[in-house]
Design a protein around this ligand. Structure first.
Ligand SMILES: Nc1ncnc2c1ncn2[C@@H]1O[C@H](COP(=O)(O)OP(=O)(O)O)[C@@H](O)[C@H]1O
Ligand SMILES: [Mg+2]
Length: 263
């Protein structure tokens, strides 16, 4: 799909919001970085409501601010200006401990590079966030195995990342992101390093977690298979929202290998 927003009717926020509950609210977020003498406006005034149970795809060229946006929403970084509310809580008002608590329990992260601990087994990677949350060892082991079963890797519980394929590593990373039963999954180009088949497994998993697990998925991607199952698409350009569209109103061209049905 091209980087240019395709034609779709203007987004009607009031109509879309009806009957929905706001889960994440981003208000005028700016994030500036200093690079030598230059100030980079990575985010230049982003405002967006994300509703509970939504599947949102964030698109935009490399350098447009997608990862910076995810870091702000996930509390991994503090905006230069503006506010991010999660479930009505202003993240800027939290102290370090409260922020760590919220991040650990409400938000799961999935990265393009998997970011697994390479010296640990799949199970230990998955249970690590439970250790931070104070879950007892027996329970975390049982929950970790259940999560590995969910991503169809229970037989590989004692494999380390170097013994796994990219697709398997990403599925472990998704199981880890689910460790503390978060309401939000932030996925930053989760299929960017995967072949088509593994990418499809990952997008099917994310789709299932959203539709059947009630997890709100916010995903930076240009993968047509993900766009096709999303509720909304948000285009970011130069640190601003260039466009928002309901996915059902956008014609999404699936690539031939990834296509299941023509649209
Ligand atoms: N820590 C940083 N220091 C300096 N510049 C940064 C930093 N993080 C991101 N940027 C810059 O901010 C802009 C947006 O980056 P990023 O959010 O990573 O974009 P995307 O994920 O869409 O590729 C880019 O110009 C990038 O170089
Ligand atoms: Mg990025």
């Amino acid at each position: 799909m091209s980087e240019k927003p395709p034609q779709a009717p203007p987004f009607d926020e009031a109509a879309y919001a009806r009957g929905r509950e706001i889960l994440v609210s981003v208000h005028g977020v700016k994030r500036f970085f200093r690079r030598g003498d230059e100030i980079v406006h990575a985010l230049d005034g982003i405002s967006l409501n994300i509703y509970r149970g939504e599947y949102i795809c964030v698109m935009g060229p490399s350098g447009s601010g997608k990862s910076t946006f995810f870091n702000a929403v996930g509390g991994l970084d503090t905006p230069t200006e503006g506010r991010v509310f999660i479930d009505g809580v202003d993240m800027a008002q939290l102290n370090a401990e409260e922020l760590a608590f919220l991040r650990c329990r409400k938000i799961g992260y999935v990265f393009q590079q998997f970011n697994l601990n390479t010296t640990m087994t799949a199970l230990d990677n998955v249970t690590l966030p439970m250790v931070f949350a104070g879950v007892a060892p027996d329970e975390s082991r049982a929950r970790g195995m259940a999560l590995l079963a969910k991503v169809e890797l229970e037989k590989r519980w004692n494999h380390r990342p170097k013994e796994m394929s990219g697709g398997q590593m990403q599925r472990v990373a998704i199981a880890r992101a689910l460790a503390n039963n978060p309401s939000i999954l932030l996925c930053d180009e989760p299929t960017g390093n995967l072949d088509l088949k593994s990418g499809r497994e990952v997008h099917e998993l994310l789709h299932d977690l959203n539709k059947n697990g009630g997890v709100t998925v916010i995903c930076a991607t240009h993968d047509p298979n993900m766009l096709a199952v999303s509720d909304r698409m948000v285009w970011i350009s130069d640190g601003r929202i260039a466009r928002i569209a309901e996915s059902r109103l956008v014609k999404i061209e699936r690539n031939s290998l990834g296509a299941e049905s023509g649209e």
